[in-house]
Design a binder for this molecule. Sequence first.
Ligand code: PDD
Length: 289
Amino acid sequence: MGIVYLNGEFIPKERAMISVDDRGFIFGDGIYEVVRVIDARTFEWGAHAERLTRGLAGLRINFGARDVSRLSGVCERLVRDNALTEGEATVYLQITRGAAPRTHHFPPADTAPTVYANATKFIVPLAQRENGVAAITFPDFRWGRCDLKTVNLLGAVLARQAAAEVGAYEAILLKDGVMTEGAATNAFAVIEGTIRTYPLSNYILPGITRKVIVELIAELGLSLAIDPVTQRELGGVDELFLTGTTTDVTPVVTLDGRPVGNGKPGPLARMLQEALTARMYATAGAARR
Ligand code: PDD
């Protein structure tokens, strides 16, 4: 079952127990991260640590940058203890405000946050990357702080379930007539040669992969506009693609059952897919497989 980290201890998963009073369970009062690991090296750890620190500060959970930076050692040890030092893995980290009798307001200041992490093998879904995926559109009824990666994921859960029920991979979220992001990915469209995506704001998660893709777009000399794609435009885009830690760059080839562009993964998505893979393996120092 594997070894997990819980509140300072590395223990078998079946022995990892948290209180029913934990505010993560009761209120969804916590922050999480998913980090990609290739050949025992974390990809973009610094950016993940920064987002985690910002999220915890946003929720006013008492777990600062120094505590977060120590979690990189936890990730390394989990990867080792679970024999994941070769190939692909992901580490999941979650910090909640801790366990205390239920009050909506914060518990006593000495309540220790609950800190949990696990590492699992990641099998890259190559067929999805290669052939693209189906997506649906779905209303974005999430709260107004989507920039915080909280464990309160009901908007994403309901959107992804609606997608799963029609055999689609992702739900593209629409708010006030524009595409914000995917339920668990950032979303980009290509319109007349320009790549478009929603601006960083409280309405989307500042994806780490999104950040890398924006860098790669500049490096490749491609045209980028940080400008929302409207629902009307979405029906006629040349390409649509998703980005995320476990999604990399995944082309969307049908939206609500209709083909996107010519119904095949587009050239810009392909180019960025290649560039991202090269960047990930260069960072890992591993030979490309
Ligand atoms: N999801 N937007 C949302 C709403 C997300 O939940 C995610 C990540 C992303 C992409 O962010 P990043 O590139 O940092 O992974 C965008 C994670 C992987 C998850 O919930 O499992």
